[in-house]
Design a protein around this ligand. Structure first.
Ligand SMILES: Nc1ncnc2c1ncn2[C@@H]1O[C@H](COP(=O)(O)OP(=O)(O)OP(=O)(O)O)[C@@H](O)[C@H]1O
Length: 361
């Protein structure tokens, strides 16, 4: 296993990049701990696979360095990096048994019979493949084949890291849920360094200790599920993480408060000083979970009109119009109906401020 460092790493597929838009990956510095579970999360085209391929050695970065345990591997080919990879679709030998598929990477490394037997049974048990070990892979379902791929990725204990590129895409939704949790348990048990690419926030947040959120080739935040939820460092993280995402409302600073088109909100002294003299576009961010709704005016509450309310059993999801902007709220209960006027409170301790999309308060 390895500690992985990315130093001033960037990549342009074009030979002579001129502007930031020419880069598939914009400059980044990062350090991933030995034995950590990391997810690269972002929408299609944000650069996740490019970053994964740079780590595996399939792509040589146009700028910067990749280090494994302090050793520069930037120009080493994949076979010299001691990496295991699991892809979207099963990569297995159909004519071999499940046992032989799982044993293959170990036999290649010169492991002996008894050791192979022990390790293959350990990994098969973790993935609920024990009863299939004697079966030929060709006769198994697509789900089982992908589990074999996962097993082949996880079977060697001496790899620098195991890289997963959207490995649960072909898996049936219920099994997907089970496997997400399973991979987390396996990580704790095998203590491998795992890097997992996905565009699915639930997958990333369930699996990883640290989630690296990317958009347009840029890493906008790396943090735990709680940090990404409570303190999004960038408006993209606020909007992309959560369902629905964070409410983001344009505002300007006026008389020591934040002026929204629906009214003036007081600012804490810390927010006032962080926003003083701010140049650029200012946005207020609040998660739907923290918006409060009342039928009578409270100090600091702003008038809003109900657009829709859906009772989802565990909570109500309500949409409001606040001035010219839409605001969503997850409420324990909501008696209001579409068209009614209500009062929304945005608790200052749950309200964040962004200047040019970066959090300042
Ligand atoms: N071989 C290539 N040559 C040129 N451009 C590429 C190449 N591979 C990817 N790109 C571009 O680099 C950018 C990042 O692509 P990448 O595949 O890394 O994103 P991604 O987040 O993994 O997306 P997806 O989830 O759709 O695979 C995209 O604009 C893509 O078109």
């Amino acid at each position: 296993m390895a500690r992985i460092e990315l130093q001033s790493l960037a990549h342009a597929y074009k030979p002579d990049p001129q502007s930031p838009a020419d880069y598939a990956l914009r400059p980044m510095n990062m350090e991933w701990k030995d034995g950590g579970a990391y997810a690269l999360l972002g929408p299609s085209g944000c650069g996740k696979t490019t970053l994964l391929n740079i780590i595996s050695g399939l792509v040589t970065p146009s700028h910067g360095r990749v280090l494994f345990n302090g050793k520069d591997v930037t120009n080493l080919p994949p076979e010299a990096r001691n990496i295991a990879q699991v892809f979207q679709f099963p990569v297995i030998y159909d004519t071999m048994t499940v046992f032989d598929n799982l044993a293959f990477p170990l036999r290649n490394r010169g492991w002996k019979g008894a050791e192979i037997n022990k390790r293959v049974h350990q990994v098969a048990a973790m993935l609920d493949l024990s009863s299939d070990l004697r079966h030929r892979a060709s006769g198994l379902s697509a789900d089982a084949k992908q589990k074999i791929s996962l097993g082949r990725g996880l079977v060697r204990p001496d790899v620098a890291a195991v890289l997963f590129d959207e490995p649960l895409t072909v898996i049936d939704p219920h099994l997907k849920w089970l496997l997400r949790r399973k991979l987390k348990e396996i990580h704790h048990e095998l203590k491998l360094s795992l890097i997992y690419v996905t565009h699915d926030q639930v997958e990333a947040l369930t699996f990883a200790d640290q989630v690296v959120v990317m958009t347009q080739g840029e890493v906008v935040q790396a943090g735990s599920a709680q940090q990404l939820f409570e303190e999004p460092a960038h408006t993209f993280v606020g909007y992309f993480i959560g369902s629905p995402g964070m409410n983001l409302l344009p505002c300007r600073i006026e008389n020591g408060g934040a002026r929204l088109d629906a009214g003036l909100l007081p600012l804490s002294p810390a927010a006032q000083s962080a926003l003083q003299g701010a140049q650029g576009e200012i946005k207020l961010g609040i998660r739907p979970e923290f918006v409060e709704c009342g039928s009578v005016q409270q100090p600091g509450a702003l008038p809003a009109v109900v657009q829709s309310v859906r009772n989802l059993g565990t909570h109500c999801l309500a949409d409001f119009r606040l001035g010219a902007h839409a605001v969503s709220a997850k409420l324990r209960q909501c008696e209001a109906r579409a068209g009614e006027q209500v009062w929304l409170s945005l608790p200052p301790q749950r309200t964040l401020y962004y200047v040019n999309d970066k959090r300042v308060a």
